[in-house]
Structure formats: structure tokens, C-alpha cells
Design a protein around this ligand. Structure first.
Ligand code: C2O
Ligand code: CU
Ligand code: CU
Length: 466
């Protein structure tokens, strides 16, 4: 995306028709007319402003996931940007959300069609992503296309000699289901389905699609040189988990060398045979095609999928090439280390299913999200340990801060838990400890499950930094 003037970008959120499946027109909600939305390239220490204008038929909220952002630009779920002529009450009745919370909160503050979000970029270089965060409607809004990628870079990272230019590939992976008319109909909000018993039951675990999109294209095949590539992986699916492996035509598996996590480079590379990817997680990975026979393919597959959802994308190795890239043994020197003894507080949170009203809900500490309740209050600069426990799979995300994973299931963290994270994937029945320092900004932020349906069904809480 090109700035309109230095440090300023403009994005029009609008509906477009695009061809995602061959010959099938699909109505999308987009940032700037494309899905994914335009990729924002930025530099550490260089703040930018992004002006979002809402030309969609519904209110929206933009959140920069992984951004260390002042609360006023963090996209609180009721900081809505309204479309032209939006009648609040009529609109609410027309579109009933997943029902985790009620929209009658008095904090719906903006009534402008445009909102400016300011991002200071005072944080480690990494891949962030931006997506809708409207209360009760985040899942259907992302599903219909409201997601894009956002990079922060700096000179130190540029100097490492990692694969770059055409050999660096941002890959937004998202599953979707297409209705008979080609639309990305959101099944959990389909009024014809809503009447039928069992539908809530069906989607309570989250909405899955049967088509795997990478950067908006179904199962793409990308031509590559026989060289190293840097894959910037993002799982932008609402609820689908992946366990990725890269397999050659002859069945040989390629190593995935992880160099970074959600919040930037690791201290040192970690080699994986396969790599789990929960909703909202990012992994920075090097794959080397040097030994792949020219003319053959490497398929990236999801070990957790079945049938066509087992396939994600493929690389077609088409030519030999010189490769001057390298993977340094030390990648970064500024990874925050916090010790148990630094923590001034330990908190416990359960992430579990519960009853809410006459339906199902997803609860943190036994409670559904309430915009007006402060669930956690902490002081700027405090280090805390959070002990999280889950009933089923819950990818838990904290706004504002990056954290380290201290333990998982009472044991050491797993190899892919290395580095600075903003989302930790709790597996069924699992507990984990994370440690972080609440620095950056004062104000009201969120933490929540990033299964987008769980989030809309109440699995979200307020975090106040004072
Ligand atoms: Cu990716 Cu609160 O969000
Ligand atoms: Cu976030
Ligand atoms: Cu969840």
C-alpha cells in the first residue's frame, strides 16, 4: 500500500465482487477492494496513521493484531466506525450476532464514517495483521474478508542476510466455505439455518471451511527457485488449526527452520519437521528448496486436515539459482527475558464452555465478556505470570504486549513455543504459564480466545493498564 503522504495511509472498507473459485463471483467485504487487504510495510520507530473509511453496510472496528498501540487506536470492540445512514437500532435487529454480549453498551462512541488509527511502531520487527474486531461480529466480518497483513522491519533485521525480495513470501492461510451463490455466507448467522435445532450446537466449536485459501487463492501453486525462501506464515482462519509439513513428490519431508514467532525473531533458529499453527499465530520460517529436483513439487500439507483440507499450497521448483542468503546462528539480541522472580503477581484464568442465557457460551474465569467490567487491572511496568487452563483448544491472545511461554502442562514449553508470542495455543485440557511485562501504554485493552466464534460467544475480557 502506498502512503497518500509520508506516514499516512487511507483504506476504504468496501464490498466488491471477486473471482476466488474459478468462474464463481464472490461478494467480499474488503479493506481497499482486495482480500487479503493491502499489505502495509513499515519501519520500527516510524509511526504511521491509517485512515479507515467505512463504506460497508455494517459498523466496523479495526484492530492491529500484535501491535503495541495506544488504546485509542487499538480497536476496542465498541469503538465502532459507522457506515453512512446506519440506524443503530434497526441495524442491530437486522443482524443478530453470535450473542456473547449485548450491543447496548453506551460506549459506542464514534459516529464518523472515517476513523484514524495511529501506530507508533515502537516494537520489535515482525509480521502483524489487521482485522475487524466488532463486538459479537468479529467472526463473520473476518470470514467475509476483513483481514490484511502489516510488517514492521528495521535495519538490524535487513542486515541479517535472510532470504528477501521475491524470496520472502507472506502467506495468509484461511479456510472458507462458499454458498451455492458463490458468497462467503457465514453459516452460523444464516437465518434459514438459525431456526433449525442443533445449529448453535454445530457452530459452538467454531466455523470451518472446506476450501483452503492462501492470500485469497484456493490451494495456490507458486513457482520457486532451488533456493532458500522465507515464509511469513499467518493463520487467519476463524477456527481451523493446522499442523504444517512440507513434502516433496518422492515423500521426503523438508525441514521448516523457524526463525521468528508472533512478536519477532527468535534468539536462534529452531528446526521443525512439522509446525502447528493455531488461529492468529504467526511463524517466520525458512525452507530450502536447493536439493529439490528441478521440475518437481513440494506440497505444504496440513496433518490435521482430511480430504481436500489436507492440502494447503504447493511450490513448483522450476530453476536452479545462486543463493547468497544465510540463516545466522544468532538472529536477535533484544529478546525480552523475564524471570519468575520478576513477577509481582500471578493470576489464574480458565477458558471453558458455559451456559449463557438460554444458549451456549464460552467463558473466561466463568464469565462472558462485558464491556463495562474491568477483569484485570495492572500497573504500567508490572511483570505478571498468568496461568491459563483450557477445556478444549483455545488460542489465547493478549493485546498490547508480547509474552514468553514459561511452561505447558506443567512441563517445559514445546520447541515451537520459543520466542516472544502474542497468542498461545492451549490444547484440550492443557494448562500453560505465560510471563509478560505490561509496558507500552496505559488504557483499556483485551485478552481473548482467538477462535473467532469463541470470541464472539463471550470468551473475551478487559485488561486495564493504569
Ligand atoms: Cu487478532 Cu483481539 O485480536
Ligand atoms: Cu490483537
Ligand atoms: Cu476458544
Amino acid at each position: 500500500l502506498e502512503p497518500t503522504k509520508p506516514g499516512r495511509y487511507e483504506i476504504h472498507q468496501r464490498e466488491v465482487t471477486a473471482e476466488i473459485l474459478p468462474g464463481v463471483p464472490t461478494r467480499l467485504w474488503t479493506y481497499g477492494g482486495t482480500f487479503p487487504g493491502p499489505t502495509i510495510e513499515s519501519r520500527r520507530g516510524h509511526p504511521i496513521t491509517v485512515a479507515h473509511r467505512n463504506e460497508l453496510p455494517v459498523p466496523t472496528v479495526v484492530h492491529l493484531h500484535g501491535g503495541r498501540t495506544p488504546a485509542s487506536s487499538d480497536g476496542y470492540p465498541t469503538d465502532l466506525v459507522f457506515p453512512e445512514g446506519w440506524d443503530d437500532m434497526a441495524g442491530m435487529h437486522e443482524m443478530e450476532g453470535m450473542g456473547g454480549t449485548s450491543m447496548s453498551d453506551p460506549r459506542a462512541v464514534t459516529s464518523e464514517l472515517t476513523r484514524e488509527y495511529t501506530f507508533p511502531h515502537d516494537q520489535r520487527p515482525t509480521m502483524l495483521w489487521y482485522h475487524d474486531h466488532r463486538m459479537d461480529f468479529t467472526a463473520p466480518a473476518i470470514w467475509r474478508g476483513l483481514a490484511g497483513m502489516h510488517f514492521i522491519r528495521d535495519a538490524e533485521e535487513d542486515a541479517l542476510g535472510l532470504p528477501s525480495g521475491p524470496r520472502e513470501l507472506p502467506l495468509m492461510i484461511a479456510d472458507r466455505a462458499f454458498a451455492a451463490d458463490g458468497s462467503l455466507a457465514y453459516p452460523a448467522l444464516d437465518p434459514t439455518l438459525k431456526e433449525r435445532p442443533g445449529v448453535t450446537e454445530k457452530y459452538v466449536a467454531g466455523v470451518l471451511g472446506d476450501v483452503i485459501l492462501v492470500n485469497g487463492a484456493p490451494w495456490p501453486i507458486h513457482e520457486v527457485d532451488a533456493a532458500r525462501y522465507r515464509l511469513r506464515l499467518l493463520n487467519a482462519s476463524n477456527a481451523r488449526h493446522y499442523d504444517l509439513e512440507a513434502v516433496r513428490d518422492d515423500g521426503h519431508r523438508l525441514d521448516l527452520v523457524q526463525i521468528g514467532a508472533d512478536q519477532g525473531l527468535l534468539q536462534a533458529p529452531v528446526k521443525h519437521r512439522n509446525l502447528p499453527l493455531a488461529p492468529a499465530e504467526r511463524y517466520d520460517v525458512i525452507i530450502d528448496f536447493a536439493d529439490v529436483p528441478i521440475g518437481s513439487r513440494v506440497r505444504v500439507r496440513n496433518r490435521l486436515g482430511s480430504g481436500q483440507t489436507k492440502e494447503v499450497l504447493a511450490f513448483h521448483v522450476v530453476r536452479t539459482a545462486t543463493d547468497t542468503s544465510r540463516i545466522p546462528e544468532v538472529l536477535s539480541h533484544d529478546l525480552p527475558e523475564w524471570h519468575r522472580s520478576d513477577a509481582v503477581r500471578v493470576r489464574d484464568f480458565s477458558f471453558r464452555a458455559g451456559q449463557m442465557g438460554d444458549g451456549h457460551g464460552w467463558l473466561i474465569g466463568g464469565k462472558p465478556f462485558a464491556p463495562s467490567r474491568t477483569d484485570v487491572s495492572t500497573r504500567l511496568g508490572d511483570v505478571e505470570i498468568w496461568r491459563l487452563v483450557a477445556d478444549v483448544h483455545h488460542p489465547v491472545h493478549l493485546h498490547l504486549v508480547g509474552f514468553r511461554i514459561l511452561s505447558r502442562g506443567g512441563h517445559d514449553p514445546l520447541p515451537h513455543d520459543a520466542g516472544l508470542k502474542d497468542t498461545v495455543s492451549l490444547r484440550p485440557g492443557e494448562s500453560a504459564e505465560i510471563i509478560t511485562r505490561f509496558d507500552g501504554y496505559r488504557g483499556r485493552y483485551l485478552f481473548h480466545c482467538h477462535n473467532a466464534e469463541h470470541e464472539d460467544m463471550g470468551m473475551m475480557a478487559n485488561l486495564e493498564v493504569t
